[in-house]
Design a protein around this ligand. Sequence first.
Ligand SMILES: Nc1ncnc2c1ncn2[C@@H]1O[C@H](COP(=O)(O)OP(=O)(O)OP(=O)(O)O)[C@@H](O)[C@H]1O
Length: 292
Amino acid sequence: MIKLELADVGMRFGDVVALEGINLAVPRGSFVCVVGASGSGKSTLMSLVAGLTRPTSGEVRLDGYPVTMPGPDRGLVLQSGAVFPWRDVERNVGFGLELLPRLSKAERSERVLRYLEAVGLNEFRHALPKHLSGGQRQRVAIARALIVEPEVLLLDEPFGALDVQTKEDMQLLIRKVWRDTGTTVLMVTHDVEEAVFLGQRVVVLASRPGRVAADLSVPLGDHRDLSVKREDSFLALRAKIEDLVRAFHRTGGQGPRQVVAARSYTDSAARTRSAELSPPEPVEVTRPDSRT
Ligand SMILES: Nc1ncnc2c1ncn2[C@@H]1O[C@H](COP(=O)(O)OP(=O)(O)OP(=O)(O)O)[C@@H](O)[C@H]1O
């Protein structure tokens, strides 16, 4: 059942420990969001899962096999919504299929059409990216990642640059795509509201070093519309997670005495029950080393 797994993953950049002892299992078909303050290692984690970089310790596994490089089994969408400016929408979306030579021309056309429709871009199929809005360009990037029908969709702050209205449209779109295709989604975002709305689980990263501080289930069911964001249970969970992000965030340069959380909190039991969640008590501790 486990699809994607990070086993004791660590990542150092010289003296900087970006990630340390990350253990995370993303089961097949699930939607997991990772949140954390700036510098907590979210993009580093995504880059490891995408296979763009290798961890300095531990292993990322997909279906039990180590991830060592990028592959069509993982579709990656970045905040920038990188698209080829010289290709029209249709040829941008169809790009990934060029790497799948076994498909016939008719199959390619059918798939391009299906994914253009899925992201609502059919009428823009012949437009160049420079004539699209930011949200439309991001739809192109999502369709291009989805069209190869990856095992796992990796979303790295994909809606970070969009206005609120477009962002919410995209959130609804990605939930629909997830439900319709049954793909596995791992998303990193600094937006806690977005993480709670989209995820079945929200993983909180502590910073310096990046590690899993909390892993909470979102007991909101899989059929959500935007009105859920105003419900008390949603607002309460959002507030708890925002408190956790704050509690586990360390800023540098403050000397040996820092406010950090004393222990990690992993609500693994909550993955199988819709239970009341309780955050850790952030406490003031004296760190043995003063390196920040
Ligand atoms: N190539 C690199 N070389 C050196 N340090 C790096 C490199 N990439 C990341 N880091 C460091 O690793 C830590 C985690 O960075 P990362 O970009 O993964 O955090 P993040 O949570 O994605 O931050 P943000 O939300 O600001 O994008 C930071 O301290 C960062 O300075």
